[in-house]
Write a new protein. Structure first.
Lengths: 326, 673
């Protein structure tokens, strides 16, 4: 009885409170001012696009309704907070709804990328040997294919099915047609971007899985007779998450850029809906005559890119203990 | 290293020193005009191009019988022809050529060059890639000659021949293009794809079988073929391509080939007889047989017989398809119809009869013309040369103008109009242009099978708002198809009327939204047409409650989808080739090459025919207006606006007045220093 010491009897100040990897990372992240500002901006923009925009549209603001008598209003003119474009559409709503598309594409594509990448790369790294090698050669092969061609193929193959589904949802289930259409034609785009983006993720995951697979704790788990699935997803996965999360935050801005590129060359979402890339493309033509049409979406777009990049950099520093010891 | 650096620095100073004068100022000294010309020309052969930018160059190089007046749309000045007369009914025109007119190598321009040019453009050779032969169909028998209908050519000129051309043109002269003999390759009929079998089946009767392997090779002994096999073989080839032996056989059994029911047996025999005669005479030139209405009276007199009265022929001769080509040079570098890359138009080879001649042509960089010293009116030509710059990006072009690199731009994009108005108020031109922007409707697809729906869509477009607020270039709302010019008045039928549009839609078969399939609006991938498309989309949604989907496709897909009628609505435009309503109306005949709407009307075609045979200009215009109204009543196309051109021109360029066709005669243009 006397040999045991009750835990709560211990004087608190003497024990260093154990911190988890995440809490550690969070304290480190908090010290990085740039990353925190980036994070705040990201949250603010997400709030504007996904919470404020639907509220505004509930109150009658619309991104696609035209008023040809009020084209090219300046900031604050004619009741348009950020002015209007060449067809008299509310620029603020277009930028916010465009942001929904751009961000949704980027975030969804990232989620897909991470999921596919972890499963494929994890298996390839864990199994290793010939099969793993073969799996990675497939990735190499796909990487060699030109991005644009894959996107066009996806659009042609999936586009029709998506439209049918959208039609079904609106006519049979009575969903709101405009909204369904707006998000429906984002699906092929997302799939195309993810279909290309998971390849790099797969390689990163395979590399870390391959090194983990040879470590003692995996050996131990194996000798205990655990199933491969359990080893891979319960024991190895948490150890791979660091690089995955870092890479994911850094891919979001690059996917926003992909979306913008595709919209810029006309492969993006369908008119009259907007995305940041589309808005910038339309605005670029009016650079000499009406610069606001270009400047407003461009500012928001670059702000988001910066914010995500800073946040990603910060997360990399925070989650990688070797990179910064303090 | 140091030496290089010094040289580079000195060189850059030299550049700075030169830069004090702009390109335009230097060109003003040299009396040379610099024009933006949007893209690289596809070629300089007047018979092989169809674009506006090529026409800009060709009009400076060559000269037709008549020349545009620098400021008056309705007038024509003497060009290669000194004077002209016409018969009172406008069916026969005689042009006396200017004996002083010479090619740029000093050889005189004669009536032979014109006849040669028309013969060349109308060549019936299927490999001849001419784009615009229809422009010569005003000439008697030209259409039949160009389309190579033996029967008509051999018999149509015969006054005793009992059949009009219309009945014979249905006969299977050309062969059935859907049957490709080569693809049979030892296959059995049963092995063919279903679609192919269906194509062949229309020549077969119930229970007939054929051995395809027998009709595969090129030379078939048709005597070995069974009767159904013969039917496939003869129809696949067409009468034009049969050998003499086969024709002789056909005489004994004319029903092997497809004729229309209107062609009785005795006519078939006459047609076949004459074709065989033609073969036996070792195939003399079709041109002579066809008697196309071009006669060389003497070296300097050209007589043109027309298919009907054409009071405006002098306008048509100003179009580049009617220009002469130098017979002696074309034949020196190739055959009459050497189409590919037309060697006679290369730098060094080409000679021209206009005010200018080709000096140099650097692909994608510059095309430069020089004064033609042999030109008959050389002393009245002011410019020493013209430079055409293929600037594809219109935004770049406008900036180049601001930089003093161009005298005239090709086009100011709508986005820059406001800037141009503020920055170059004296240089910006907004001029009417005979062209119509319309939306083509596929009348074979629901809901557009119902004319009421089509009309509702037409009336729901707020044309005026579109012109004033979106296009902003001086375009006019189109109340009809034919833009107003001269004595031709606008139709005034289509006007924005949302109430009427709603009413029409409610009255139509497709009033119930559930009965309407999804509608797409086809357009090109350019920003300007997208902008229009989005505006239409919003208007239809607002006034009709119908949301269309916009389908952007790049140019060739956009065209091919219209040709194969695989669309619902398509934004399109048509620019007039000459100042007459027919240039806008003739394309809407049933199955016309540019119709593509599936629409056709007997009444409309009868009216066109009637106009074709009416000599009195005023009465003719009235008939054409009636014809236009028959189209508009049925609304297979939704007219939106009449074009305008917007471009920038420097104030020192004189004698450049607004012209409806935008075909400015370069010989009068002057640069005032």
């Amino acid at each position: 009885m006397e040999a045991t010491i009750e835990k709560n009897n211990l004087p608190e100040q003497d024990v260093e409170k154990g911190t988890s990897l995440w809490a550690d990372a969070y304290t480190r992240l908090k010290k990085n001012k740039l990353a925190m500002i980036g994070g705040i901006i990201v949250i603010a923009i997400l709030f504007l696009c996904f919470i404020l925009a639907p509220i505004l549209s509930f109150f009658g603001f619309s991104a696609n309704s035209q008023d040809l008598d009020k084209t090219f209003s300046g900031i604050g003119q004619n009741g348009y907070i950020l002015g209007s474009d060449n067809l008299g559409r509310d620029l603020m709503m277009r930028v916010l709804e465009g942001g929904q598309i751009s961000l949704l594409v980027a975030i969804l594509a990232t989620v897909l990328t991470v999921t596919i990448g972890i499963i494929y790369g994890g298996i390839a790294g864990y199994v290793g040997g010939r099969i793993g090698g073969f799996m990675m050669r497939i990735v190499d092969g796909l990487l060699a294919m030109p991005f644009l061609i894959i996107v066009i193929l996806f659009r042609e193959i999936i586009g029709g099915h998506v439209n049918e589904t959208a039609h079904f949802l609106t006519s049979e289930w009575g969903w709101h047609k405009d909204t369904v259409d707006r998000f429906a034609n984002l699906i092929p785009l997302t799939l195309a971007i993810a279909g290309f983006g998971w390849l790099t993720m797969g390689r990163i995951v395979r590399a870390s899985a391959a090194s983990l697979a040879k470590q003692e704790f995996v050996e131990a788990a194996r000798s205990l007779g655990l199933s491969h699935r359990r080893i891979l997803f319960r024991h190895m996965l948490p150890n791979m998450l660091g690089p995955v999360i870092i890479y994911a935050t850094l891919t979001i801005p690059s996917f926003i850029l992909y979306e913008a590129t595709l919209s810029f060359i006309g492969l993006g979402i369908e008119p009259p809906n907007s995305s940041w890339g589309k808005l910038i493309k339309e605005g670029a033509n009016f650079l000499e005559s009406y610069p606001t049409v270009l400047v407003i979406p461009a500012i928001l777009f670059s702000l988001t890119l910066f914010a995500f990049n800073f946040l990603g950099d910060g997360l990399r520093d925070a989650l990688d203990p070797k990179a910064s010891k303090d | 290293m140091l030496r290089n650096f010094i040289i580079l620095t000195l060189a850059s100073f030299a550049f700075v020193a030169c830069e004090t004068r702009s390109d335009v100022e230097i060109a003003n000294e040299e009396n040379i005009l610099i024009m933006g010309n949007s893209a690289e020309p596809k070629g300089l052969d007047p018979h092989l191009v169809s674009g506006v930018l090529e026409s800009n160059i060709i009009r400076a190089l060559f000269e037709g019988l008549c020349v545009e007046h620098p400021s008056k749309n309705e007038e024509s000045l003497p060009g290669a022809a000194k004077s002209w007369t016409h018969s009172p009914d406008y069916t026969q025109w005689t042009f006396s050529l200017n004996p002083d007119a010479k090619w740029s190598d000093g050889v005189p321009v004669t009536a032979r060059d014109f006849a040669f040019a028309y013969k060349r453009l109308l060549s019936p050779d299927p490999n001849w890639p001419a784009k615009y032969a229809e422009m010569l169909y005003f000439l008697k028998n030209a259409e039949a000659y160009h389309k190579n209908k033996f029967g008509h050519i051999l018999c149509g000129n015969d006054t005793n021949f009992p059949l009009p051309w219309d009945t014979l043109k249905e006969a299977n002269f050309d062969g059935d293009p859907t049957i490709k003999l080569k693809s049979f390759n030892d296959k059995k009929f049963e092995d063919l794809k279903k679609s192919k079998r269906e194509k062949l089946a229309k020549y077969l009767q119930d229970g007939e079988t054929i051995d395809l392997s027998k009709i595969t090779p090129k030379e078939v002994n048709f005597n070995d073929l069974s009767s159904p096999e013969k039917r496939i073989y003869f129809n696949a080839k067409g009468i034009d391509k049969l050998s003499e032996k086969e024709l002789t056989f056909l005489k004994t059994q004319t029903d092997v080939i497809k004729w229309t029911d209107k062609v009785p047996e005795n006519i078939r025999q006459i047609v076949l007889d004459r074709i065989i005669e033609h073969h036996k005479a070792k195939k003399p030139s079709l041109w002579d047989k066809a008697k196309v209405g071009v006669t060389i009276v003497d070296d300097f007199t050209l007589k043109l017989d027309l298919r009907g009265p054409v009071p405006f022929l002098h306008h048509i001769t100003k179009h580049y398809t009617w220009f002469p080509v130098p017979k002696h040079v074309v034949l020196k570098y190739g055959e009459i119809n050497t189409g590919l890359s037309s060697p006679w138009t290369k730098v060094g080879n080409i000679v021209s009869n206009g005010a200018f001649k080709l000096k140099k042509w650097r692909t994608n960089h510059i095309l430069e013309l020089d004064r033609n010293p042999h030109y008959w009116d050389n002393e009245n030509v002011h410019l020493n040369g013209i430079r055409y710059l293929p600037v594809k990006n219109l935004f770049t072009e406008t900036r180049m103008f601001g930089d003093g690199q161009l005298h005239i731009t090709y086009k100011v994009p709508a986005e820059l109009l406001k800037m141009a108005e503020e920055k170059y108020p004296k240089s910006l031109r907004k001029e009417d242009y005979v062209g119509v922007r319309y939306i083509r409707v596929n009348t074979a697809k629901s809901p557009f099978t119902d004319p009421k729906v089509r009309r509702a869509f037409a009336l729901a477009i707020d044309q005026k708002a579109l012109c004033d607020k979106v296009l902003m270039g001086g375009q006019q709302p189109a109340s009809g198809i034919v833009p107003p010019f001269g004595d031709s008045q606008p139709a005034g039928v289509i006007q924005f009327d949302p109430e009427e549009a709603k009413k029409l839609l409610a009255e139509s078969e497709f009033a119930d939204p559930a009965s309407r399939p999804e509608i797409t609006l086809l357009t090109t991938d350019s920003d300007s047409s997208l902008r229009e498309a989005v505006a239409y989309q919003a208007m239809w949604e607002k006034h009709l409650g119908i949301k269309v989907r916009i389908l952007q496709r790049e140019w060739s897909t956009y065209l091919s989808r219209q040709f194969s009628q695989d669309y619902d609505l398509a934004i399109a435009g048509w620019i007039g080739d000459f100042l007459d309503p027919t240039t806008f109306l003739e394309m809407w005949i049933t199955d016309g090459g540019n119709n593509n709407t599936g629409w056709g009307s007997k009444q409309f075609e009868d009216l066109l025919k009637e106009a074709e045979n009416t000599a009195d200009p005023a009465a003719r215009l009235q008939i054409l207006a009636k014809a236009e109204k028959t189209i508009l009543d049925d609304t297979p196309i939704l007219p939106v606006y009449w074009y305008a051109t917007n471009y920038l021109i420097r104030p020192e360029v004189k004698n450049w007045h607004p012209l409806l066709l935008n075909n400015h005669p370069f010989k009068f243009v002057k640069i005032e220093k």
